[in-house]
Ligand binder design. Structure first.
Ligand code: SLL
Length: 169
């Protein structure tokens, strides 16, 4: 196996979550404590969040994405072995999601991992307290909430066979 000296290859990604408030009808069908539905995902930066298409297929270099949820969830380790690399759940609280990316075996690359803070609630001022006597402030939109980050996976001095795979896409 030969490493290509002096070369790094970058692959742009987006990771994060979108969250929606449950409607009263939906709330009747889930755990009564749950207030939101959310999707956490890892996608190619070449496609918009929420969209799934050819440009979103990272499986030529990613073998598995593990989303480790809060321990209040059943089987918190969620292994996703094909695109879309995402998990949809309902819940009531925000927490840190541990994301681990395992690369295709022939890459010889070690897994990488990082955190995403699951975001359910909007930022910003709350509507004024009616008791304050002030005119009501406009409320921020309640949903959906988006929290996404752009990043790049960097392969430094990749194996020649893996570089060929990366370059073929
Ligand atoms: C908090 N530290 O206290 C956080 C924990 C956990 C959120 C949030 C699902 C629970 C279930 C859920 O929303 N967990 O289904 O039992 O805010």
């Amino acid at each position: 196996k030969v490493r290509v000296r002096g070369l790094s290859v970058h692959r742009p990604i987006i990771y994060g979550n979108t969250a929606w408030l449950l409607t009263p009808e939906e709330r009747a069908t889930v755990n009564p404590d749950h207030t939101h539905r959310w999707t956490v995902a890892l996608r190619s930066a070449a496609s918009a969040p929420g969209k799934v298409g050819d440009a979103d297929d990272l499986s030529y270099f990613i073998k598995r994405v593990t989303f480790k949820l809060h321990e209040t969830y059943p089987t918190p380790n969620r292994n996703i072995d094909k695109p879309p690399f995402e998990v949809t759940e309902t819940g009531w609280g925000e927490f840190e999601i541990h994301i681990r990316i395992t690369f295709v075996v022939e890459s010889g690359e070690k897994p990488i991992s990082f955190y995403h803070h699951l975001k359910l609630h909007p930022w910003g001022p709350k509507p004024n307290d009616p008791a304050s006597g002030e005119p009501p402030a406009p409320s921020p939109p309640l949903s959906p909430i988006h929290s996404w980050k752009y990043d790049e996976i960097v392969f430094s001095e990749p194996f020649q066979v893996f570089l060929n795979t990366l370059n073929a896409h």
